[in-house]
Ligand binder design. Structure first.
Ligand SMILES: C[S@@+](CC[C@H](N)C(=O)[O-])C[C@H]1O[C@@H](n2cnc3c(N)ncnc32)[C@H](O)[C@@H]1O
Length: 331
């Protein structure tokens, strides 16, 4: 990788592979110390209750049958407390992998993380969220609907969950039929190309941008969709260098492409936000140290106000027309 360089010419400065002014946003640990201990205690209580309250009879009946119909689609645990059942009550319904950030820095095993997912993530997120009472909130890449249901519980007046996968979307719609949230709506679409999605006060994305066709475009869109706060919870690598690496996953049998994943550096993501007109002081980072995972809490009010008043001094000249395009559907 090339070393970043700052060139100084007579009336021109050129920052190659780095920001012109390297300033770190305000940074905190994502979870640590007593907070982490309390989170782990809460999660272990939940796992213990799962074991102690397990009743095989609950795996029969219409709710169990509904969950079973989406076997293979439950990336997230959705609880139906009224029926004493969740989408991980039967191991065969759930998805098991390494568990990622839901292991909370490997304090939980992969199995525990997958049985709970994404409750571990929610326990750190709920402490960082703005007050959702009276606000509209949206999750893009909402899978089975876990976070939209939490946002409704937190008092958001209108909640939208967007997901491109039809069966994931249908599982969330089905879950909401059981849970009965009237102010939660799920939309089956691709947010990269669908300009009918309206802006919301708070927009949350988790494990999304680095799996999109074009992550920088994803960030551009998300910024337009978030009127007040954009929360990007994502894998990145901790480096001030500007770097991006593409990986692809393939089915060994059929040879079919399964997935793509970009690893973006923290430095590139922060610098790109600045290209879009976000100031460093409007970004707060919560870092899972050494794990390549950062949550970015971005106050988007300033960038929208500056764009509305025509103050685009922080956006490069050739990009001004692009950023001024209306990328969110008017409400
Ligand atoms: C890895 S899952 C993460 C689910 C959830 N955000 C979480 O953290 O538990 C990513 C989700 O984003 C959805 N997704 C990926 N690209 C999308 C796109 N372009 N538009 C809408 N949803 C998308 C996928 O279908 C999948 O359900």
């Amino acid at each position: 990788m090339r070393e970043p360089i700052l060139y100084e010419f007579e009336n021109y400065r050129y920052a190659q592979g780095r920001d012109l002014v390297i300033e770190e946003p305000e940074t905190h640990p994502l979870f640590a110390g007593e907070t982490l201990d309390a989170m782990l205690a809460e999660l272990r209580t939940r796992l213990r209750q799962d074991r102690e309250q397990f009743n095989p009879a609950l795996l029969q009946g219409p709710v169990a049958d509904g969950i079973r119909a989406f076997t293979g689609e439950w990336f997230q645990r959705i609880d139906f407390p009224e029926f004493g059942i969740s989408t991980t009550s039967d191991r065969a319904w759930a998805m098991f992998d390494e568990g990622g950030v839901n292991t909370l820095g490997r304090h939980l095993t992969s199995e525990e993380a997958c049985l709970l997912r994404p409750w571990p993530k929610w326990l750190y997120l709920r402490q960082l969220l703005p007050d959702l009472r009276g606000k509209s909130a949206m999750e893009v890449g909402s899978a089975n609907g876990f976070f939209p249901f939490r946002f409704a519980e937190q008092g958001a007046t209108r909640v939208t969950g967007v997901d491109v996968q039809k069966r994931k979307h249908e599982s969330a719609v089905w879950a909401n039929r059981i849970l009965g949230w009237k102010n939660v709506e799920f939309v089956n679409t691709d947010f990269l190309v669908d300009f009918t999605i309206p802006a919301h006060d708070v927009v949350f994305v988790s494990e999304l941008i680095n799996h999109t066709l074009c992550p920088m475009w994803a960030v551009t869109r998300l910024l337009s969709l978030a009127r007040e706060t954009l929360i990007i919870d994502t894998g990145v690598f901790e480096s001030q260098l500007h770097a991006m690496e593409l990986s692809t996953g393939w089915n060994r049998g059929s040879g079919a492409a399964q997935m793509l994943s970009y690893q973006i550096s923290d430095g590139l993501l922060v610098s790109f936000l600045k290209v879009l007109g976000v100031r460093t002081a409007e970004i707060v980072k919560y870092v899972e140290s050494g794990a390549g995972h950062i949550l970015y809490l971005i106050d988007t009010r300033g960038v929208h106000a500056r764009r509305a008043s025509g103050d685009l001094a922080e956006v490069p000249v050739n990009q001004r027309r692009s950023v001024m395009q209306q990328l969110a559907f008017p409400n």
